[in-house]
Design a protein around this ligand. Structure first.
Ligand code: PLP
Length: 389
């Protein structure tokens, strides 16, 4: 037996471990740090979701409403609610059978690679949400990094080298950047022209506030023949610990005579037994009138935090990116990421995430998130006011 030695090629996953070590050292003196680097939500589940979870739990206790194995692709009631609310209601033509419910966008953006040959070249942004890179490194695929910086507005350019699979994520983690329609249209046209596949992660689409900013790749003409979209209830509705997400694969998406949706169904049937009925009922409640109102309130809460953080950084003379249509605020200083991290921690007791942890092009940048409580965010801002950068 030989192990998958591609594990040796992964970048050391030391980022959050190192952040924790430094925070521990700071707090050892009895001080309390405020964590504004985390990518996890803090508000509890909306009441509409909780009520649905309780009701579905009770159903499992009666023989006439008990449910066993779930359907691999998700229950019709949830697939229909997703298609109708997230797509059809916004003028996008997606059928419910093109929606595949799952336990997370993390697993989906990684597991989708089961469908692709090992000799495809994969284009990935730098900096990036690490899952796309690591999963393809483990599969032994060639990675083509696309640098994202102030120079290109954090919108990667089409690589000179021909690539077969392109991961894009907007609103972006970690930069908080969104992509204009014309920009995404270029990628769709490139993919259709060159027989490439776009993997579009829109886990943060619910944070888009400005009119005209695309929330789905399927708003673009021609995307149905070249794109797959990943979405999640994690950041939209506080499901990070509940686990429910979905992937959209248009019926006409085919490569080399293979229908991609059918392959994905086959993969689900082989390796997955579906998301729990109770959880899917909870996700369905996200689309009730009450659910929609409660979720909008939670997102407003986080986006108010984002505004406060942006303003505080600007007062320090630091220009910020993101934080307007995304929960992430990204900023640059003249010093290495870890130096700025240390200054914020040691002089203000505020924890951030060093941008270099998301890729070499993240050096000098810092990511902050709006997922803390309002009280903590306000206290952090007060503490930051006296920091010298
Ligand atoms: N995609 C991006 C860009 C993310 O930042 C995250 C979580 O941080 C995910 C996907 C993971 O989503 P899920 O919780 O549905 O696995």
């Amino acid at each position: 037996m030989r192990i998958n030695e591609n594990f040796n090629k992964l970048r050391q996953n030391y980022l959050f471990a190192e952040v924790n070590n430094r925070v521990k050292a700071y707090e050892a003196g009895g001080k309390k740090a405020i964590r504004l680097g985390i990518g996890d939500v803090t508000l509890p589940l909306p009441q509409a979701v909780l009520d649905a979870l309780h009701k579905a739990t009770d159903e499992m206790g009666h023989s006439d409403t008990f449910k066993g194995y779930a359907e691999y692709e998700g229950y019709g009631f949830l697939r229909r609610a997703i298609a109708e609310n997230d797509y059809n209601g916004r003028g996008i033509d997606i059928g419910y059978e093109e929606v595949y419910v799952s336990d997370g966008a993390k697993s989906d953006t990684a597991n989708i690679t089961d469908l692709f040959a090992a000799d495809n070249a994969v284009a990935i942004c730098d900096p990036v949400y690490p899952v796309y890179n690591d999963t393809n490194v483990l599969n032994g695929r060639e990675i083509v990094l696309m640098p994202c910086s102030e120079t290109n507005g954090f919108l990667p350019e089409i690589p000179d080298k021909k690539v077969d699979i392109i991961y894009l994520c907007f609103p972006n983690n970690p930069t908080g950047q969104t992509a204009p329609k014309e920009y995404l249209q270029n990628w769709v046209d490139y993919a259709n022209k060159t027989n490439a596949l776009l993997l579009f992660d829109s886990a943060y689409e619910a944070y888009v506030r400005e009119e005209g900013v695309p929330r789905s790749i399927f708003e673009l003409e021609g995307a149905r023949t070249c794109a797959i979209e990943f979405r999640s209830f994690s950041k939209t509705a506080g499901f990070t610990g509940v686990r429910c997400a979905y992937t959209v694969i248009p019926k006409e998406l085919t490569f080399g005579g293979f229908n991609v949706g059918q392959l994905w169904s086959r993969r689900l049937a082989t390796k997955f037994n579906g998301v729990a009925y109770i959880i899917q009922r909870g996700a369905q409640a996200v689309y009730s009138d009450l659910g929609k109102a409660q979720i909008a309130k939670n997102i407003d809460y986080y986006m108010n935090n984002a505004k406060l953080i942006r303003e505080a950084l600007n007062k320090l003379g630091l220009p910020t990116y993101g934080g307007k249509n995304a929960p992430y605020i990204w900023f640059k200083s003249s010093r290495p990421s870890w130096d700025t991290f240390d200054t914020f921690l040691n002089d203000a007791g505020v924890v951030t995430t060093p941008g270099v942890g998301f890729g070499a092009c993240g050096e000098n940048y810092i990511r902050m998130t709006s997922f803390g409580s309002l009280e903590n965010t306000m206290e952090a801002i007060e503490r930051l006011a006296s920091v010298k950068i």
